[in-house]
Design a protein around this ligand. Sequence first.
Ligand SMILES: [Zn+2]
Length: 322
Amino acid sequence: MKNKLTITVSDINGTKHYEVHQAVKKFIIYFLLFIVLVVGGSFYLINFLMNEVETLEKKKELIAKEEAKLKEEKRILQEEIAKKTEEFENIRDKVEDIEELIGLKPSKDKGNIEQRIDLIKISSNERKLILNSIPQGFPVRGAHITSGFGWRIHPIFHTRKFHHGLDFGGRTGLPIRATADGIVTSAGFNRGGYGYVVKVMHNFGFETIYGHMTSNIKVKVGDFVKKGDIIGYLGNTGRSTGPHLHYEVRFIDRILNPINFVRWSIINFDEIFKKEDRVPWRSLVEAIKHQQDLFLRLQQAAHKQKGKASRQKQRSSHQARK
Ligand SMILES: [Zn+2]
């Protein structure tokens, strides 16, 4: 009886006894235990998963918020970029206008019909006068071009800067000559970097500048110079890294590329009219022709006057002899 389990079931029909074997009893206990474990485990697992879902929901919410924040930041930055781009465009337009004004940029009206010049009608005398009046040829002989006109990395500042002139490297003491007739408007030391410098104002709005010369300047303010006159000597004064002449050619408020004027001669006379479009050549040539014309008429009138005077003298001496 020891290994037997008796289950008694009572109802209205009476009492029934069921005898259960000990092994079955063990099985039932283990089975119940198993069910309890499964139910408990499932409950725990469900609870855990529910918590996990909740945490993930919260994370999702946070990420969504973060995303919305980033989107807003992106929108603000895009607006900022659009604004800055517009500002930059405006500034660039202004810079271009300024560059055009001071001559760093070719004029928009390049190839203008006004620039066309009837070259056949320019006499050889007028050509000579033009070449004497407007800066032409080399300001120094025996030197070579070491730096051109335009953007470059500055030899001292090591930053990108616009070079307004033409540099001629050479031996200290080489004579520097005026490239056209004119009047000296500045002669002496310049603190701005030019060192000993001479500025010459020419006819028709042109100006030439000769920088970094030795202190032995040969002219003073107010002196009239002829084309080819020595004004000073090649040096290394001011902001300079070696003996050289810094040469500039200007027209009214415009800084021109001197190379077109340096290489200009009677042989390639008409080339400059095409190469340098910042000078109103047509009206300028007209003005020079007019000046030459006036000069010739004055000369003729003086000649006539002289002839008349000598004829009168002859006549009076003839009458006196009578
Ligand atoms: Zn220079």
